[in-house]
Design a protein around this ligand. Structure first.
Ligand SMILES: Cc1ncc(C[n+]2csc(CCOP(=O)(O)OP(=O)(O)O)c2C)c(N)n1
Ligand code: SF4
Length: 266
């Protein structure tokens, strides 16, 4: 496989800081799409604004780089008008859960066939490290110099509660697992959410005593476990990785087609 076949070299060098996790996610997206054998022309990547959202500029598919928090709204429009296309929406935790939180829960309850990828770096990287809905209680941010008092969303629980039919979590340390999960996500018909813990060494890392990007990757290695591991009983703070939900349910575009048919028959 040649990664260069899937990227727009004219936009390189990329904007990401050394050690940023988002490039690992982009590389894994490319490999998953390649392994599934989907034609480049059949893929639409829609993103909002953020370091993570910059992925849409670098990938050589049909792409829409839209406005902060609204990627899922644009993607819904594209999917409803061209349901045969594969829609992928890479987002940051700020983009997906703060300004875009409402779009996320409503896309989930409709079960529209869109693949949301949430790169959770616990901060607003692009704008300088403000706290986000996943920064975590007691952690530090440029806008929380004495410690954050907001509690975090659990992205997996939120997505399941809102009705997403495929929900998973992985990290940038677990690349082979990430590629397999992304393959399953894209192959699933319905609204799917994959949370990927993706390090921001520049802001979240520096503010929270991580000496380097490698330190953050080591944290993902030592503080996460596969779903069902016995270690979770010994240490409830460990974060679970894997596929939490995978369920077949009627998809929104299909249901909409049925309504159009009913209406056209009068
Ligand atoms: C309507 C609007 N509000 C605020 C901004 C400023 N802004 C740009 S990116 C961003 C947050 C990015 O954080 P996240 O989505 O978590 O992505 P990251 O950069 O961490 O990958 C913000 C607040 C904007 N571009 N548009
Ligand atoms: S600020 Fe953080 S999220 Fe943005 S490119 Fe740098 S390391 Fe990545």
């Amino acid at each position: 496989m040649v990664v260069k076949d899937y990227i727009r070299e004219r936009f390189f060098p990329h904007i990401w800081c050394p050690g940023c996790g988002h490039g690992i996610v982009m590389g894994s997206m490319i490999r998953a799409i390649h392994n599934l054998g989907i034609k480049k022309n059949d893929i639409v990547v829609v993103s909002g604004i953020g370091c993570s959202s910059r992925i849409s500029g670098y990938l050589d598919f049909h792409t829409l780089h839209t406005i902060h928090g609204r990627a899922l709204a644009f993607a819904t429009g594209v999917k409803l008008s061209r349901p045969e296309l594969t829609l992928i929406v890479p987002m940051g935790d700020g983009d997906a859960l703060a300004i875009g939180g409402n779009h996320l829960i409503h896309a989930a309850r409709r079960n529209i066939d869109i693949n949301a990828i949430i790169m959770n770096n616990n901060t607003y990287g692009m704008t300088g490290g403000q706290f986000s809905p996943t920064t975590g209680y007691g952690n530090y941010a440029t806008t929380a110099p004495y410690g954050n008092v907001d509690r975090s969303f659990d992205i997996v629980k939120l997505a399941i509660g809102a009705g997403a039919t495929f929900v998973a979590r992985t990290t940038t340390y677990h690349v082979t697992e990430m590629i397999k999960i992304l393959e399953k996500e894209i192959a699933h018909k319905g609204f799917s959410v994959v949370e990927i813990l993706s390090q921001c060494p520049t802001y979240y890392g520096r503010k929270n005593n991580f000496a380097s990007a490698v330190d953050m990757l080591n944290y993902y290695k030592t503080h996460t476990i596969s779903i069902g591991s016995e270690k979770k009983e010994e240490n409830p703070d460990l974060i679970e990785r894997g596929i939490f939900k995978q369920e077949e349910k009627p998809e929104y575009c299909d249901e909409y087609d049925e309504i159009i048919e009913k209406a056209s028959k009068g």
